[in-house]
Design a protein around this ligand. Sequence first.
Ligand SMILES: Cc1ncc(COP(=O)(O)O)c(C=O)c1O
Length: 388
Amino acid sequence: MDIQTIRQNTPGVTHVVHFNSAGASLVSQQVLAAQIDYLKEEAQYGGYETASKYESRLEEFYSEAAKLIHASPEEIAFTESATVAWQRAFFSIPMEKGDTILTTKAEYASNFISYLYQKEKQGINIKVVPSDGSGEIDLKKLEESIDESVKLISITHLPTNSGLVNPAEKVGELARKYNILYLLDACQSIGQYPIDVHKIGCHFLSATGRKYLRGPRGTGFLYANKEILKSCIPSNLDLHSANWIKDNIYEKRTDARIFETWESNVAAKMGLTQALKEVNILGIDNIWKRVVELSRYLRSELEKIETVAIKDIGSIQSGIVTFTSSMKASQLQEALNAKGFNTIVSPKNSTLLDMSDRNLEEVVRASVHYYNTEQEVDDLTAALRQIL
Ligand SMILES: Cc1ncc(COP(=O)(O)O)c(C=O)c1O
């Protein structure tokens, strides 16, 4: 990977030391230009006319997203966030009183709130599968939890608050064995970790644009596999997801765009398409290798600071590095920010079950991406030493 060229093409690196790609990455010059150029054309020639002109370029969004996760373009829907993608999938799954959802300890707040909402509305059960010694979902306990009532296995791949990588493929093997629907929140894994939906065997996968994909804010996508598309019932339809053919008759789309609505932020979609192209050109395996190397280096340097305690779990660890220190997390994050280092605080209620289990109120999250450098890691740890 030519890090120097990548950094030359990333305007943000001259302004900040950015360890917040798990929040929102720095975009490349080309991702920025794809949006600005498109917006200019919209302003000059009209929104619909510009969309028509770029129709084939916009189609590339589907093929690039599909390529990255080994899916087909027909299995991809564009959304405005990972949450919207996830909710469209989740609320399309018919649930009845007594049905059970199996999930993990490290589940993301928005997902768990939706489980609670369905529990309140439909009387479903939520079963949280315990973690094993490493912090990953315990596969033995997952299998033991499966009974006739289980309608859905819904897990977060890489949680927001630690370096954990949940064993998505092994979970998929169990989902397949017992013929259970499987929804994977890949919001933090997309763009940093290799994903093959066939190997994972999930029916749905939700992803965001602005984090490790380095796309614009307000973008995301949903993968819905061909099998589920034959029978799924989205919670909403419009004139894009369905066709009104006679007074009392409409026909639903048969591809994943059944989960889209007609209107969308087309300039942002252009930006995300460019970001996906860049990931596919760089190669997700190369990206993951670099992210692992840099995050290992950051953890090893943090370990040397006596007043810092690393809080990452899992047998394989991602680019999400979390820690506590002798200082309150929010104060430390602010002090780092004042020195030009972007990190973020992950609060307890983003992943309430895991944080409560581990007696954590909040952690500082310093997430690394391939465009960070060893020098930036050294600068960050030097700044931490100085502040602490
Ligand atoms: C694990 C996980 N899932 C879902 C989301 C929500 O993503 P979005 O804000 O794009 O809806 C986040 C955001 O941080 C996340 O970390």
